[in-house]
Structure formats: C-alpha cells, structure tokens
Design a protein around this ligand. Structure first.
Ligand code: ATP
Length: 223
C-alpha cells in the first residue's frame, strides 16, 4: 500500500464518500488537527460505501480528483489515500484500519474521525468493537450536546469505557483506543445539498473550494 512518508506519529483518518468533498469536511479536519495535536490527516474516500447505493455515487476517480484539489490548496499535513480502491469490494472501516495499522506499525497512533450522526450508527458497522484495537475515535458534535450524545452511544456500544475528566475522553485500558468528543459549531453543508444545488443551477462557490467548483463545472458532474 502506498502512503505518504511524512504522516508523522499521530495520524487522523477522515473517511467518507466525498461526493463531493466540501467546506464542512475541511472545517472538521481543521478543528480536529489542533484539538488532538495530529501530525497529519489522511482523507480516505470509500470505494464502495457500505451504507449507500452504488448507482448513485460518482466514479472513484472524480471523488479522488476533487479531494486532491481540495487539500492541495494551502493544507499542508492533509493527504488523500486511494487505499480503499486498491482493496476493491465494499469499503469497511475495520479493513482500512487493519491495513493502516499493518503498514504504519505500532508506533503510529491512529485517530478515526467521524461526525456524531455516523458515530450514532456505529452498531451497524462491521466488527465495531475491534475498531478501537487499532484507533481512537474522534467524534464531532454540536457544542451544546456533544459530550452527552457521544456518551449515550459509548454506553450502549462500548461497555467498560469510562469518561476520564482530566483528558476529556472515554477510555478503557492502555493499548485500547480512546473516544474523544470534539465540539464544533455545525457547518450547514452536505454533499447531498451540493449535488442538489448543481442540479438546480445554483452556485456552490461558497460551499466547496474554488478548484473543486471548477472541476465539477468542467466535468459536468451532478447535472
Ligand atoms: P452526503 O450528503 O452525500 O451523505 P456528507 O456531506 O455527509 O455526504 P460524507 O462524505 O458522507 O459527506 O461525510 C464524511 C464524514 O464527514 C462523515 O463522518 C460525516 O459525518 C462528516 N460530515 C460531513 N459533513 C459534515 C458537516 N457539515 N459537519 C460535520 N460533519 C460532517
């Protein structure tokens, strides 16, 4: 598997469909990086997202191209990985984490970043308990109830985890990943909203980086 050589020792992983990547995704990465002192963030587009019908998704090559354009513009430390396409088949996070763990070794800490909505569905993910053998979770939620909502999902799905006040995270035992809530004002943008706007001929210039808007236009995506 090919990975950037300069990821550092604290690597954030932001998975998604990225159809297309938007300012909300970038805002999450910008917020999480300093909050957890991450050395880098790896954006990993799903080849075949388990939770979405495949006919409705743009080609992997388009989604990667847009991500490359988004991170190229002034985001040192942000990288894009094609590893889920190299593996083919349905893109399960557990397989991605196993592969990253194997290729980066034990000295690198992995931080799997998700929105609260996705985290609340964790019971539907393949091998969800094993995820924490390979990575910590970073869960982004609204400032008013981030910790509360996150706590409910932790209590239901991850027995043995307790909140450690001094570190602001749920933990179980050394060697197991922690679960870090990160509060962030909601960014009201979604890929669904952007695809809809393009279809209706509205501008998306304030929702995605300029180079991504140009790409969508020149390739005729989402019409
Ligand atoms: P779609 O509208 O097609 O479902 P999306 O905008 O939710 O897409 P994804 O690529 O599915 O984007 O999201 C990847 C990750 O980013 C998920 O963990 C999701 O929860 C999170 N995310 C996406 N948009 C936002 C946002 N505006 N604020 C916070 N988290 C977000």
């Amino acid at each position: 598997m090919e990975l950037p050589h300069n990821l550092g020792k604290r690597v954030g992983i932001l998975g998604g469909t990225f159809d297309p990547v938007h300012n909300g995704h970038l805002a999450i990465a910008e917020a999480v990086r300093p909050a957890l002192a991450l050395s880098s963030i790896l954006f990993i587009p799903a080849f075949l997202p388990p939770h979405k019908p495949t006919y409705a998704i743009s080609a992997f090559s388009h989604r990667v191209a847009m991500l490359e354009l988004a991170v190229a513009a002034g985001h040192p430390g942000f990288f894009v990985s094609r590893l889920e396409a190299e593996r083919e088949g349905v893109s399960y996070s557990i397989d991605t984490l196993r592969a990253l763990r194997q290729s980066l070794g034990k000295d690198v800490q992995l931080f799997f970043i998700t929105g609260m909505d996705a985290f609340a569905e964790i019971h539907t993910w393949k091998a969800n308990r094993e995820l924490l053998d390979h990575a910590s979770f970073v869960v982004i939620g609204r400032p008013d109830h981030c910790q509360q909502s996150c706590g409910q999902t932790v209590a239901t799905n991850f027995p043995g985890y307790a909140f450690v006040e001094s570190r602001g995270s749920w933990e179980r035992e050394p060697g197991q990943g922690a679960i870090h809530p990160v509060a962030m004002e909601p960014v009201t943008v979604s890929s669904t909203g952007i695809r809809e706007a393009v279809r209706q001929g509205r501008s998306i210039r304030n929702l995605v980086p300029g180079a991504v808007a140009d790409y969508i236009e020149s390739q005729g995506l989402y019409r």
